[in-house]
Design a protein around this ligand. Structure first.
Ligand code: 13P
Ligand code: SF4
Length: 356
């Protein structure tokens, strides 16, 4: 793939386009005031963060929440963020589709995207005049890195007339070459909206196969995969089921089809959370990134989570110290080449408009 100093085609900016007044480094002392301010957050994360470690997190949470107001910033956090980010500083939490929709509606001057680069880029496409910060510019995604704009042009030439649907986990340059975007929560509807017997759904081969199982549309795909979800296997699922027949298996559609075949429910991260909150199973296996279970455990105390812990190393690059640094120095700002942005925005807006 086209890499520039280790960055993808559109990850080229480390500078903010607007000037913001400087702010002083806040105190990071664990005072009684900080303890009181963050007590409600600690209640939500105490099952996962030992009390002895809280003084290391709480001052960051307090400082970030104050600075957010000063900068008129909003923090959008993906469901895979760690619990201290998810419960401590996020204003909006959700799956890729929810975050894109919230970004489109946002009235803040600044969006801090706690997630991976393609999510921040999607926010920038929908808010070209806003400052979109990502606390770590190197938070990538194995799916986004599996395909380039040139690859898509090659597919277009090979399959003339076949609509190309791209998963939102791609660069803006790739989105610009495609007809429409989709996320894990709307992939079947988007594919069927193309009005074609044959559709290219790229770059996740497993999402494509899982969608193909739910539609009569012929699906062609690309050989990309999520490095977190592709590690789960059907055999592993059957072993969990044999050792505990009562366990409910809830899988993300980026998992291989033999994993999905063993699942009681398959859906986006938000769909998985809703399923657990609605059904309150006694025991559940969330076949996805492991922060999800940590994040919803406090709201679902009756549910026992079986934890096959696969971490997304890219999502885990986002930390409280980096979020604070981001708001102090207003970096790293995400930019997209205007010529690419115009075409990529069309793909994202077409998806959003389809269902609103
Ligand atoms: P969701 O849209 O389901 O949150 O998925 C995003 C993602 O990157 C999952 O790996
Ligand atoms: Fe990409 Fe997989 Fe990480 Fe999601 S979990 S950001 S798809 S590598």
């Amino acid at each position: 793939m086209a890499m520039l100093n280790g960055l993808t085609e559109t990850q080229t900016s480390r500078k903010t386009e607007r000037t913001f007044p400087p702010v002083a480094m806040p105190s990071l002392e664990y005072t009684p005031e900080v303890a009181a301010e963050t007590a409600d957050v600690y209640e939500k994360v105490k099952h996962i963060i030992p009390a002895i470690e809280w003084p290391a997190y709480a001052p960051y949470i307090s400082a970030i929440n104050k600075l957010k107001k000063e900068r008129n910033a909003v923090i959008l956090a993906h469901n895979y963020m760690t619990p201290e980010i998810f419960h401590g500083v996020a204003d909006i939490m959700g799956d890729s589709l929810q975050l894109a929709k919230e970004a489109a509606k946002s009235e803040a001057d600044v969006i801090v995207q706690c997630g991976v680069h393609f999510m921040a880029e999607t926010s920038k496409l929908l808010n070209p005049d806003k400052t979109i910060l990502i606390p770590d510019m190197d938070a990538g995604c194995s799916l986004a890195e599996s395909i380039t704009a040139e690859d898509v042009r090659g597919l277009r030439a090979k399959y003339p007339g076949v609509p190309i649907v791209t998963y939102v986990n791609t660069s803006a340059a790739v989105k610009a070459e495609c007809d429409i975007c989709c996320t894990s929560s709307n992939a079947v509807a988007v594919v069927e909206s193309m009005g074609s017997d044959r559709v290219l759904l790229i770059p996740d081969q497993y999402l494509a196969k899982n969608v193909a199982a739910q539609t009569d549309v012929e699906i062609l795909t690309w050989a990309g995969a999520c490095e977190v979800h592709e590690r789960f296997t059907g055999t592993e699922m059957r072993e969990y089921r044999e050792s505990d027949p009562g366990v409910k298996i809830i899988a993300h559609p980026e998992c291989p089809p033999d994993v999905v075949a063993e699942a009681d429910f398959t859906g986006s991260t938000a769909g998985m959370i809703d399923w657990v909150k609605t059904n309150l199973p006694e025991k559940v296996l969330l076949v996805t990134e492991c922060s999800m279970a940590d994040n919803i455990a406090s709201e679902t105390p009756s549910v026992n989570y079986v934890r096959p812990c696969n971490l997304c190393p890219h999502m885990k690059r986002i930390t409280l110290p980096k979020i604070l640094d981001s708001l102090i120095h207003m970096r790293d700002a995400v930019t997209v080449d205007p010529a690419i942005a115009q075409k990529a925005r069309r793909s994202v807006e077409r998806m959003i408009n389809l269902q609103s």
